[in-house]
Design a protein around this ligand. Structure first.
Ligand SMILES: [Zn+2]
Length: 114
C-alpha cells in the first residue's frame, strides 16, 4: 500500500481502510492507531512524541464522530499520516510495506515529519 494508492481511494474506501485498521492506520505495539493517538492519546510514555506529532495533524475531533467527514479528514491529511507511520515504524510490530518504503525513499517523505 503506497501513498499514491491511498490518494487514489475515494473517501468511503479510505474510511473503510481506516476502519479496518490497515496501513498506515494499523495499530502500534500499544494496540492504538495514529488517529487514536491523536484523539485519545497513549498510556506509554515512549509514545509521547507520537501523540504530539499526531495532535498536530489538523483533523478535528467532531469530524471523528461522523464517518463521512472523517473520510474527508483522512484524505486531506494522508501525507502526514503516511509520513508519521514511517517515521514511527519502530513502534509497530508490522513492518512498513515494501512498496510504501520504496515510494518513501524516492520521495524522502520521512524528512517531512518534524
Ligand atoms: Zn501508543
Amino acid at each position: 500500500m503506497t501513498l499514491k494508492q491511498l490518494k487514489a481511494m475515494s473517501r468511503t474506501e479510505l474510511l473503510n481502510h481506516w476502519g479496518n485498521a490497515l496501513f498506515p492506520f494499523d495499530n502500534a505495539r500499544c494496540g492504538n492507531c495514529l488517529t487514536y493517538h491523536k484523539f485519545i492519546g497513549c498510556e506509554r510514555s515512549e509514545h509521547q512524541n507520537l501523540v504530539d506529532s499526531a495532535k498536530q495533524i489538523p483533523l478535528h475531533k467532531f469530524k471523528f464522530k461522523y464517518g463521512v467527514d472523517m473520510g474527508l479528514g483522512l484524505r486531506g491529511n494522508l501525507e502526514q499520516f503516511f509520513a508519521m507511520r514511517l517515521f514511527y515504524a519502530d513502534q509497530y510490530e508490522m513492518p512498513v510495506p515494501v512498496d510504501a518504503l520504496a515510494e518513501a525513499e524516492n520521495a524522502q517523505l520521512c524528512e517531512s515529519v518534524t
